[in-house]
Design a binder for this molecule. Structure first.
Ligand SMILES: C[S@@+](CC[C@H](N)C(=O)[O-])C[C@H]1O[C@@H](n2cnc3c(N)ncnc32)[C@H](O)[C@@H]1O
Length: 184
């Protein structure tokens, strides 16, 4: 069941690669929504890793939990019905993935949870949010390698002697901001 906008695979794949999440990783997710990203993270952390998934809306947690159960990955996720901007109760975190409207307000709580060199990735629909997050991150002096990206993906129509991009494409989903945690 889908109750919120989800991150498209083209962005999700890029986020996952930059995050360096893999078997055994301890990951924080900010903004669970439908739980699509949660499921992908749960798959990649494997049986030894853990996803700590923060979500404001209790109903969304129930739906995401059900979705995770359907794909058999619920045992790898700890859902926290909390505002990630207020408090993060987990520690020694390898990566944080955020899909919330104001991620700059979550940086201070995350700083206490991240291990040195941890990655932070944020998915943002508008360029105004990108600017705000990057400016805030740089001001903290706790992050390095702060970068912003947009992924454009073209699908091709392939017929014999007539190969070309499809006329229609997804014009816009959002931007991805990457940063690496240095120290508090
Ligand atoms: C777009 S949805 C996330 C979708 C998810 N990334 C996916 O792929 O299925 C954003 C979610 O963030 C939650 N949210 C917004 N601000 C939050 C905060 N400060 N702490 C925790 N969750 C938050 C909203 O309730 C909403 O469910």
């Amino acid at each position: 069941m889908r109750v919120t906008q989800v991150i498209y695979p083209k962005d999700l794949g890029f986020i996952l690669l930059l995050s360096d999440v893999g078997p055994g990783s301890r990951v924080i997710e900010g903004g669970v929504g439908t739980g699509f990203m949660t499921a992908v993270l749960a798959k990649y952390v494997g049986g030894e890793g853990r996803v700590y998934a923060y979500e404001l809306n209790k109903d969304y947690i129930e739906i995401a939990h059900r979705n995770l159960k359907v794909v058999g990955l619920d045992s790898r996720v700890t859902f926290r019905n909390k505002d990630i901007r207020e408090e993060v109760e987990d520690s020694n975190i390898d990566s944080a993935i955020l899909d919330i409207p104001d991620p700059w307000n979550a940086l201070n709580s995350l700083i206490k949870a991240l291990r040195p060199s941890a990655t932070v990735l944020s998915f943002l629909p508008t360029i105004n949010q990108v600017e705000k997050l990057v400016v805030h991150a740089q001001a903290t002096k706790a992050f390095t390698d702060v970068k912003a990206y947009e992924i454009l993906l073209r699908e091709f129509e392939v017929k014999k002697d007539a190969v070309r991009p499809k006329s229609r494409m997804v014009g816009h989903t959002g931007y991805v901001v990457f940063m690496r945690f240095l120290k508090a």
